[in-house]
Every structure is written in structure tokens, then in C-alpha cells.
Design a protein around this ligand. Structure first.
Ligand code: LMR
Length: 396
């Protein structure tokens, strides 16, 4: 049965985790996967999460099947966070939200539904993009292409190139956009650029699918939702996937959602019914624990304030590590201008290092980033940043 099965290629991100675990180098640093670690190099258990779990333990509940679209209070909390509780799309019933297995699950449920709706449509992802975008949309049945996004020489968004590629797309094309903290480049669109993208999506009758996995890690919770606000104000129908892996440090709980903004309540009901079938035929219904935590925190005034504070602290620490890395590179003798590291947003720095340099970083220094040159600066700390800077300086 399995004699012809080929070995699958190693996952470009999680494959590195395996390699990192096996590396005997005592100085090793994992800047591969997008995971936030504290200054002590530990995965944080947020205090808001601990308090919500404590309250759950004090009043334990039996676990029945959840509805296919998940916990109602959670879906309501996601809508309020992503679109604003008082926003017209929410109060008029124009959003269908379904709890999903992380942001990846939200992308997959949305992609499956979109492909059933329009099997001939193509999907376009940014070049470069998160390695899994291509595979998710391909596995959902789409032919996947890309639109220009990054100007490597200018270290910025190639906005003209992006507009030209979107302008050339056929009507119905699904365009996957990073709502904030672009993964891997860390370069986001300005508010004015989002206006132009929204106009083009409308003019060319494209379908926007916004991936928002890092809300709160760029400029702030509200600021990072600029793209969502623009699309919401446009009156267009669009998709948003949400992840709480990073913002609640709940990676292993797989807490996410997909939200579909429709034209009216009747469309929402019909879309929701289809999303539920997609969930049912993939994994039936989602798990309880992580979404219960997130719903409790988002709906409780004190826990919500604590979450915002803790998320703000993570954001600020990442910024300080960006500055420390640039200072460390200068101290290690790097003369080229590396200040771009401090202007990129989110968990990653797109370093511009080649694949060969990234391989050398791994094999000679135990410093792990992806082959594309992406490094998770959220895993730097005051103890390892000097070492990482010296390693980068050595391979530059
Ligand atoms: C990443 O980009 O490293 C994270 O989003 C983790 C993942 O699922 O790839």
C-alpha cells in the first residue's frame, strides 16, 4: 500500500523546531517559529489566562459537543474585537463568525467554502507570504498565484507592483491580505494604501481574505485593525481569519475564527449554514477549553484590561529587542545600516540574509531562522541578543 509513498518535504517552519530540539549546541536560539518568549526565554502563561482558568476550575463544567460554529459567546466576542461591538456590520447581523482551530483553521474553513462557491476562481497570496498560505489554498482546490509585495532593494512594500498585479487579476479572484504585521516581511500598508487596495478590490470585483494573526503586535489592538475598518466601511463582502495563538499565548489550544462579512442578515444565515457544513465535514465541531478562556477574558472588564496590558508589554518588549539587535550588530562591527529592523512590525524581522547565510547561522552558531531570512525577534532576550548579533555579524 505504501511502497510508492514519497517522503514529504520538511515544513519550512515546524521542521526547524525538530532540528532545533536535536541540536546539541548549548548556545542555540530558536528564531524560527513565530512564538513570543519572555526575557527569560520562557513561553508566557498570561495572567489573564491564568485567572480565567482558575475561575473555570472553581466551577468545573461537563463538556458536551459544542455547536458546529463553536461557543456563541466566543463568536460574539470575536466579532466585537475584530469589527467593534457597535459597528454597523455587527449590529445589523452582517457578520457570520465561526470558531476555528487557530487562524490556520479559519483560513481553511474560509478557503473550502470559497472554493465551493466559485470553483473556477484563483487565489493570490503576497510574494513573499507565510509558507502555509499557498498550501492551504492549494489544498482547498485553488490555483494559487502571487501578487508583488516586497521591494527587497528598497526594504519596503512595492506598492505600485502590488496594485499592478491586483489590477490584472480576474473578477472573483481571492486575494489573501495580511491585515497587520506582515509575515514574513514586517512591512505593512499605510492607511492611505489600504484605501487604494479597497478601491481596487471593489473595482476589479476581487474577494478580500484578510489574515489577522498578530492583532496587537504592531501598533496596538485598534491601530492594527485599520485594514478591517477600511473594508468594513466599504460595504464590500469579505473574509477575516483571526488567531489568538500569539495574542493570548495559547498556541497549543488552537483558538481562532473565521468571520465573513455579508450584504444582509439573510446572506449571513445562509453563509453560516455553509460554514457549519464545512466544519462538520472537516472535524465536526471545535474544542471547548481555549475558546472558553478567550471569551471569559474578552467579556470581563478587568480581565480584558489585564489582557490589553499584557499584550502591550509583549509588543513593547519586542520593540526593545529590535533596538537591542541593531545596537548589538553595530557593536559586533557591522557597518551596513541595519536600522530597518526597528521599523518592521510584529514578531518577525525579514533580515535580507541569504539561504546560505541562514544555514551557516544554524550549523555554526545554533541560531535558527527560516531559509527565507525571517527571524522571530519575539524570541530574542537580553541574554541571547548579543550572541545572535555576533553570529549574524559573522555570516554577513
Ligand atoms: C509562523 O509563521 O511561524 C507561525 O505562524 C507559526 C506557523 O503556524 O507557521
Amino acid at each position: 500500500l505504501f511502497s510508492a509513498v514519497q517522503m514529504a518535504p520538511r515544513d519550512p517552519i515546524f521542521g526547524l523546531n525538530d532540528q532545533f530540539t536535536q541540536d546539541a549546541n548549548p548556545n542555540k536560539v530558536n528564531l524560527g517559529v513565530g512564538v513570543y518568549l519572555t526575557d527569560e526565554g520562557k513561553l508566557p502563561l498570561l495572567e489573564c489566562v491564568r485567572l480565567a482558568e482558575q475561575a473555570m476550575l472553581e466551577s468545573p463544567q461537563a463538556r458536551n459537543y459544542l455547536p458546529m460554529d463553536g461557543i456563541a459567546a466566543y463568536d460574539a466576542a470575536v466579532k466585537a474585537l475584530v469589527f467593534g461591538a457597535q459597528s454597523d456590520v455587527v449590529t445589523s447581523g452582517r457578520v457570520a463568525t465561526v470558531q476555528s482551530l487557530g487562524g490556520t483553521g479559519g483560513l481553511k474553513i474560509g478557503a473550502d467554502f470559497l472554493h465551493q462557491l466559485n470553483p473556477g476562481a484563483k487565489a493570490l497570496v503576497s510574494n513573499p507570504t507565510w509558507a502555509n498560505h499557498n498550501a492551504i489554498f492549494k489544498n482547498a482546490g485553488f490555483e494559487v498565484g502571487s501578487y508583488t509585495y516586497y521591494d527587497a532593494a528598497g526594504r519596503k512594500v512595492d506598492f505600485d507592483g502590488m496594485l499592478a498585479d491586483l489590477r490584472a487579476a480576474a473578477p472573483g479572484t481571492v486575494v489573501v491580505l495580511h491585515a497587520c504585521c506582515h509575515n514574513p516581511t514586517g512591512y505593512d500598508l499605510t492607511a492611505a494604501q489600504w484605501d487604494r487596495v479597497v478601491d481596487l478590490v471593489r473595482e476589479k470585483q476581487l474577494v478580500a481574505f484578510l489574515d489577522m494573526a498578530y492583532q496587537g503586535f504592531g501598533q496596538g489592538i485598534k491601530e492594527d485593525a485599520t485594514a478591517i475598518e477600511k473594508f468594513t466601511a466599504s460595504g464590500l463582502s469579505f473574509f477575516v481569519s483571526t488567531s489568538f495563538s500569539k495574542s493570548f499565548s495559547l498556541y497549543g489550544e488552537r483558538v481562532g475564527a473565521v468571520s465573513v462579512v455579508t450584504q444582509d442578515k439573510s446572506e449571513t444565515e445562509r453563509v453560516l449554514s455553509q460554514l457549519k457544513i464545512t466544519v462538520r465535514t472537516n472535524y465536526s465541531n471545535p474544542p471547548t477549553h481555549g475558546a472558553s478562556i478567550v471569551a471569559s477574558v474578552l467579556q470581563n472588564t478587568e480581565l480584558r484590561a489585564l489582557w490589553e496590558k499584557e499584550l502591550g508589554e509583549m509588543r513593547i518588549r519586542i520593540q526593545s529587542m529590535r533596538h537591542a539587535l541593531v545596537a548589538g550588530l553595530t557593536a559586533a562591527g557591522v557597518t551596513q545600516d541595519m536600522s530597518f529592523i526597528t521599523t518592521q512590525a510584529g514578531m518577525f524581522s525579514y533580515s535580507g540574509l541569504s539561504k546560505d547565510q541562514m544555514v551557516r547561522l544554524r550549523s555554526e552558531f545554533g541560531v535558527y531562522g527560516t531559509d527565507s531570512g525571517r527571524m522571530c525577534v519575539a524570541a530574542l532576550n537580553t541574554h541571547n541578543v548579543g550572541y545572535v548579533a555576533k553570529a549574524i555579524a559573522a555570516v554577513l
